[in-house]
Write a protein that binds this ligand. Sequence first.
Ligand code: UD1
Ligand code: UDP
Length: 379
Amino acid sequence: MTSPARILVVFGTRPEAIKLFPLVAALKADPRFVPVVCVSAQHRQMLDQVLEIAGIVPDHDLDLMRPDQCLDALTAALLTELGKVMDSEKPDRVVVQGDTATAMAGALAAYYRKIPVDHVEAGLRSGNIYHPWPEEVNRKIIGAIASLHFAPTEVSAAALLAENVPASRVHVTGNTVIDALEWVTARIAADPSLAAGLAELERRFAGKRIIGVTTHRRENFGGGMEAIAEAIRQIAARTDVAVIFPVHLNPNVRAVMNDALAGLDNVALIEPLDYPHFARLLSVADIMLTDSGGVQEEAPALGKPVLVMRETTERPEGVTAGTARLVGTETAVIVTELFKLLDDKAAYESMARAHNPFGDGQSARRIVELVAHEIGSQA
Ligand code: UD1
Ligand code: UDP
């Protein structure tokens, strides 16, 4: 019998942890693999929230987050430290997810050692290297390196083929975020206390339409964040509306939102929620207002209208399915589009239909089989 393959799974931020914990679990459960988990901790508290609920104890924790970290120092540290882990662990393959600095540096460090890289959530493209920034270039770099490209949808697979990635290397697997969402939903159903921490806000805002907000995109820092804050202030001036806004820990987000929104009766500015509580927020919200990638995938799966505060999206599937709408970052447009949904029942209902363009909850299982097949074909 051949010995199990050592798979180094590298991640560092909240969304990567959410999208990779189903894969780590699937690898752990499979005797063909020995997963080794390395977290960069590019995020600290927001990563730890996910590690805890998912029950993952990393084999390596690089603890690289620094306050208000800049991209060049972060990337340099990631490359050096991830390289050392690869030298000591000598994995057969490295898995990265998405388009963060950790994912890009993980792929590059593996490439420097000629270790094959498998890319989860491959092929997302906006076509604009500054939207989202720096993620569009991060994922193109990973795409240039990857051995196997796990595209969540046909749209992302087509983007890779258009860049001349051989079709045999591209697999449509669905997005593991749907695996994660289904898992956490089942956990909450079995144990509602996991998401009971929102109960007080739910009572306080009973009878109001709930708007769930998240925002963190670097390209929106400065004027974009201020315009978003002003839109939220205008929205919350309505007495029939309440805003629940778990504020990202990036200081560029917090400072603006605290200055503009602290103390407003209808706005709850709260700390980042752990995943069960965020899933609860998704289920009690009438509308999500976000610039997040992951929330654009989760909201359609739950039939929640989602207004996306970006100029472009690399996830057009939610827009095509009718659950997501791009509203940009101009105050007046955000407010107008949100009021339309609040006041026009037909407009709301046409968006509030559950679709699952992003997956069926089986993505991690498919990825494991594809990696096993790849290893088998090389043996
Ligand atoms: C990062 C990713 C982005 C991803 C986002 C998800 C890069 C370049 N950016 O953006 O692609 O969409 O995560 O949220 O990879 N902070 C804390 N505690 C935390 C997390 C962050 O204090 O748990 C603060 C720190 O001051 C840190 C700053 O936020 O320096 C920025 O974190 P960073 O990972 O560089 O960027 P994000 O904006 O979170
Ligand atoms: N999320 C969470 N708690 C929060 C806000 C978001 O658990 O307070 C989850 C959300 O369900 C989604 C992911 O974090 O799965 C999105 O992360 P983020 O918006 O930070 O990054 P992006 O997806 O834009 O890269």
